[in-house]
Design a protein around this ligand. Structure first.
Ligand SMILES: Cc1cc2nc3c(=O)[nH]c(=O)nc-3n(C[C@H](O)[C@H](O)[C@H](O)COP(=O)(O)OP(=O)(O)OC[C@H]3O[C@@H](n4cnc5c(N)ncnc54)[C@H](O)[C@@H]3O)c2cc1C
Length: 578
């Protein structure tokens, strides 16, 4: 009989753990309270670290990062964009620290090359003229959504079961030891099973908590005291891609010191401020302003850019040595496997905490190694060499670019997203119009995602990027809903459109100035009035709080320039990535 394991958490760590355990022959069920990537994984910078960032202050993490960076480029090729990265030294920045960074990188095995300010500006013309020199490192961009979906797809291929929208509300114990979990459905799962409010129980030989910032709450359900060291960070998204290289400021302990090209956008961030509750923390306008101002010191043009949304995430840090840290910036980015039998005398339960998106696979491997030891399973890790679905054949990108009746850049972007799944998704004779112009997503891709994710347009968004561009869903949410017909009825489609539209709105609340304010007003008029959304009886009770627009763009709180008082929004944990 295969040992049964419940993995809680559908972020990078949980999905990677489910994949690894399933590949090694465990009977795995993954349980996630929201969509995949609902937690911190969906709110990151999308930075595939070279380790350069930690090469001076946190060398163990730096070494993990460079090792995993290389592995992910090969096993997750369709999720990684090989942008390269620069640590830039601006006039006045410390020479000593620049040398320490080079030394630290050498000690951690991170390849570097020093280039002049002129060369750096030749590579990235929008860099400030203040740049004196830079260190080239193998930093890259990674798509966390595609990565988690690919891990789950492979876990399912290896026999795992996945329950999304399933919140663990209790950890079952017998004589103090953990024997399973109880979850409450927040919505039917992607197979259409169950209903909101259903309570279900899963008995298991072992429960793994990969719940990131929520690990303390999960542990408490099992009677375990696990104190996390949580810190929030704000990220701001521009509407165009002003650069192609990851830019880091070469300063010790920086905040807002990284700019990352991501698909059609650029992400600015992040600060590092302690929070107590990962579901309840202030999202403050000064954070957005600070991210823009700090990024503009490196790339001045971003100060004038149109910001399409802002979002926040909470780092799931674990501090084994709290006395030594003066703030959350000091806490190691290393990861920890905590077997609660050894740590707390409670059998059947392991938490995996800390780490980075970049090191998720190594975290998963350590959990799977541990459970193999525990259950006497003789199977070694293969996740470092077995490509994820979609990235099995990177050459497919070139081969299939123009084969699907799609012109570049639509073909290019579709094939980049789908990787080696492109022929299966795009290769049929049906008409295939573009549904989301901003992100060049076609109907075939949306249909494929609906087949996979069920009637959940947010899950479709994570798989395709539809609605993540300039218009933030203004022109495509309803078209995405239309592709659900005839597999799903009108009521289901309307509810899915509404949910996606609200999700898009949440991140825009923080960027309502200039052109993005006009866009938000246009979106509101299209949906609320032209499409009769505010009079749709079926959805009226749950519809967006449009009263914020009632006083129109002349209202001072809405139309002020950046930097003036625009009030704060407290809705921690509600926003969803870029
Ligand atoms: C602003 C910011 C930027 C970052 N940028 C980067 C970056 O660029 N590169 C990088 O390498 N790292 C980055 N990180 C760190 C990285 O994002 C995290 O370390 C990583 O994503 C954590 O993944 P995880 O799977 O452990 O946790 P999560 O992604 O948070 O997953 C935990 C999951 O558990 C679920 N869960 C919680 N409670 C329950 C329950 N009761 N029942 C069911 N499910 C539950 C949650 O919904 C969540 O989806 C960043 C972090 C922040 C905050």
């Amino acid at each position: 009989m295969k040992p049964t394991v419940v993995v809680i958490g559908g972020g990078a760590t949980g999905t990677g753990t489910a994949r690894d355990l399933a590949m090694r022959g465990f009977d795995v069920t993954l349980v996630e309270r929201g969509n995949l990537t609902y937690g911190t994984t969906g709110r990151t910078h999308g930075h595939l670290h070279s380790g350069g960032r930690y090469a001076v202050s946190d060398q163990e993490s730096a070494i993990d990062c460079i090792e995993e960076n290389r592995i992910l480029q090969s096993i997750a090729a369709h999720c990684v964009e090989e942008t390269g990265g620069l640590f830039v030294q601006l006039a006045g920045d410390s020479d000593d620290y620049f040398e320490e960074k080079l030394q630290g990188c050498a000690e951690c095995g991170i390849p570097t090359e020093v280039i002049t300010g002129v060369e750096a500006r030749r590579q990235e013309p929008y860099l400030t003229e203040e740049v004196e020199r830079a260190i080239r490192v193998p930093d890259h961009a990674i798509d966390p959504f595609r990565l988690c979906v690919a891990n789950v797809a492979d876990a399912i291929d290896h026999g795992a079961t996945v329950e999304t929208h399933a919140e663990v509300v209790d950890v079952l114990t017998e004589d103090g030891d953990v024997t399973g979990i109880r979850f409450e459905r927040q919505a039917p799962n992607h197979r259409g099973e169950g209903a909101e409010g259903d309570i279900e129980t899963i008995h298991a030989d072992h429960v793994v908590s990969a719940t990131g910032a929520w690990a303390g709450q999960l542990a408490a359900m099992a009677g375990v005291d696990l104190e996390m060291s949580l810190s929030k960070g704000a990220m701001v998204v521009t509407n165009v891609r002003q650069l192609d290289t990851v830019i880091n400021r070469c300063l010790p302990k920086g905040e807002g010191d990284t700019i990352i090209p991501h698909e059609t956008t650029v992400l600015l961030g992040a600060n590092d401020d302690p929070v107590d509750d990962p579901d309840d923390y202030p999202e403050e306008q000064w954070e957005v302003d600070m991210m823009i101002d700090l990024a503009a010191e490196m790339v001045p043009v971003v100060a004038e850019a149109r910001m399409i949304r802002a979002y926040w995430g909470v780092r799931p840090l674990y501090d084994p040595n709290p006395e030594a840290s003066t703030d959350t910036g000091d806490v190691t980015r290393d990861f920890f496997l905590l077997d609660h039998r050894d740590r707390d005398g409670i059998d059947g339960f392991t938490s995996v905490v800390g780490g980075k998106l970049t090191t998720y696979r190594a975290m998963a491997e350590s959990v799977a190694d541990h459970l193999c030891d525990r259950f006497g399973v003789d199977a070694s890790c293969r996740t470092h060499e077995e490509p994820l679905p979609g990235s099995r054949d990177p050459a497919i990108l070139d081969d299939y670019m123009n084969r699907f009746g799609l012109r570049s850049p639509v073909a290019k972007r579709s094939v980049q997203r789908l990787g080696d799944r492109a022929p299966a998704v795009l290769g049929n004779d049906e008409p295939n119009p573009v549904v989301c112009e901003c992100e060049a997503v076609t109907r075939a891709e949306i249909r494929d995602a609906v087949d996979d994710a069920g009637p959940d347009l947010n899950a479709v968004r994570l798989r395709t990027r539809a609605s993540m561009g300039n218009c933030q869903g203004g022109f495509c949410t309803h078209r995405m809903g239309a592709t659900m017909y005839p597999d799903h009825d009108a009521t289901t489609a309307r509810a899915a459109i509404d949910e996606l539209y609200q999700e898009r709105w949440k991140g825009q609340r923080h960027t309502l100035w200039g052109q993005q304010l006009s866009q938000a007003m246009l979106n509101h008029l299209l949906h609320a009035t032209t499409m009769n959304h505010d009079a749709d009886h079926e959805l009226r009770e749950e519809s967006i709080d449009f009263t914020v627009f009632d006083s129109g763009p002349g209202d001072d709180t809405m139309a002020t320039n950046r930097g003036r008082d625009r009030g704060n929004v407290t809705n921690g944990g509600s926003d969803r990535g870029n």
